[in-house]
Design a protein around this ligand. Structure first.
Ligand code: SDX
Length: 429
């Protein structure tokens, strides 16, 4: 096993240490590069940069593998449940029955939010995008829960983590209810995490809400599929915000803001809108051509991934879940699903997509599933944020508890003006 690399600059040779992970690529430790050589590295999209050491999630993009603390995503999604995955991400091991009961008890009893929060919502327009409401309301939690913002206190860090996992679904459901003009529905401690979320979103005061166990199971699995994903853009945002010592609620709000982008978590909403725009199978070739046209900014939403150069393992499970939900709801021949499946088949055999290794990602089928569950497209990324909150908070905790942690402060390649003197306005051309 090689333990070092050599950088030759003219007559000077600099030795760089290699560090080895459990699995996956080794890294070249360049922490002293600037001190030793006066050079920065340059990697604007971080395509070849490991920003941290982590034990939480591993992705093998070429093989289409996703592990959470070593457990494959398909096993967790099919045999476990979301709260169990939350425990695994936070604590590093699958819980015993007693640990699971205690964790479930703690999360369940933090699902209510301060009653003042409901007045906070009335400041938003009813037609505000629910993601705008989520950025605001999650950030506002730091105004209500001062007793869990001291990041130096392990107890407060865990309380803040539990509060985030517990309250994000409540805030998300409130954003949905406010958006559609219906009264907020309080969480219920007798329901599971997914059942409670569906109840808070779809129950109304006038009649009992019947929870469909098949749909609740699908919702739970969708949460598990979105729980964490290594150092993606929003998780890196949370880590960078947390590296300054910002409180966890503010860091998660920053993660939500980043997730909103259509290149990231906003792709599920964009993918469904794209399928609706395509409308029918006969129009697919027109959109495939646009996706390949360098002069056209259009991209196939829900396709491609920075890391996966194979099928996103989550997309496979999402497609199965999509079929389960449509079957349970008796939705036959969903035109959007027909377009999606035909589009997938065409793209997977088109040389452009094959050469660039563009496969469906987690966002490709999630929109059809969420629409069938009754959510409007503008809620899709909110649901992604609800699920990803545990990943963000687990990664944030790992960073805060890393003894070598320092504030993140990248450098740059400067190509602007060299130093020059100020000229008075009457001397300018
Ligand atoms: C998520 O990082 C994560 O882990 C994210 C995520 C998570 O769980 O946190 O997995 C969730 O964000 C999934 C990705 C959702 N986004 C989309 O579905 C939007 C559509 N996809 C693309 O915008 C794109 O594929 C990205 C943003 C996902 C990845 O972008 P990269 O890695 O920067 O790749 P790129 O843009 O450099 O593309 C490489 C080539 C380019 O062609 P060339 O310039 O080399 O000729 O592939 C082309 C791109 O034009 N390409 C596409 C395409 N995606 C990439 N062409 C058509 N349609 C697409 N979807």
């Amino acid at each position: 096993m090689t333990d070092s690399a050599k950088l030759t600059l003219g007559p000077k040779e600099t030795e760089l240490k290699l560090r080895h992970g459990t699995i996956g690529p080794d890294v070249v430790d360049i922490a002293a590069l600037y001190k030793d050589t006066g050079l920065f590295t340059y990697d604007p999209g971080f395509t070849s940069t490991a920003s941290c050491e982590s034990k939480i999630t591993f992705i093998d993009g070429d093989e289409g593998v996703l592990l959470h603390r070593g457990y494959p995503i398909d096993q967790l999604a099919e045999r476990g449940n979301f709260l169990e995955t939350c425990y695994l991400l936070l604590y590093g091991e699958l819980p015993t029955a007693a640990e699971m009961n205690d964790f479930t008890y703690r999360v369940t009893r933090h699902t209510m939010v301060h009653e003042q929060m409901s007045r906070f919502y009335t400041g938003f327009r009813r037609d505000a995008h629910p993601m705008a409401v989520m950025v605001g309301s999650v950030g506002a939690l730091s105004a209500f829960y001062h007793d869990s913002t001291d990041i130096a206190d392990p107890h407060q860090r865990m309380v803040a983590s539990i509060r985030m996992i517990a309250k994000t679904p409540t805030l998300a459901a409130m954003a949905y209810k406010y958006h559609i003009g219906q009264p907020f529905v309080y969480p219920r401690n007798d329901l599971s995490y997914a059942e409670n979320f569906l109840h808070m979103c779809f129950a109304v005061p006038c009649e009992p809400y019947q929870i469909n166990p098949v749909l609740a199971r699908a919702m739970d699995r969708i949460f598990t599929l979105h729980a964490d994903h290594e150092q993606n853009a929003s998780t890196s945002t949370v880590r960078l915000a947390g590296s300054s010592g910002a409180n966890p609620f503010a860091c998660i709000a920053a993660g939500i803001a980043c997730l909103w982008g259509p290149a990231h978590g906003g792709a599920n909403e964009a993918a469904l809108n794209m399928l609706a725009e395509i409308g029918t199978k006969d129009r697919i070739p027109e959109f495939i051509a646009r996706a390949k046209d360098k002069n056209d900014p259009f991209r196939l939403m829900g396709f491609g991934h920075r890391v996966y150069k194979n099928y996103d393992p989550r997309a496979k499970i999402m497609q199965q879940t999509c079929h389960e939900v449509l079957t349970e709801l008796g939705i036959k021949d969903d035109p959007l699903l027909e377009v999606a499946m035909e589009l997938e088949q065409i793209a997977l055999h088109d040389p452009y997509f094959v050469e660039k290794k563009l496969y469906p990602n987690v966002d490709f089928y999630s929109g059809i599933t969420l629409k069938a569950l009754g959510f409007p497209t503008e809620m899709f990324t909110v649901l992604f944020a609800v699920a990803r909150t545990v990943g963000w908070i687990a990664q944030w905790k790992e960073m805060i508890e890393d003894p070598h942690q320092r504030i993140g402060r990248p450098r740059q390649l400067y190509t602007g003006a060299a130093q020059r003197d100020y000229t008075p306005v009457d001397a300018r051309g």
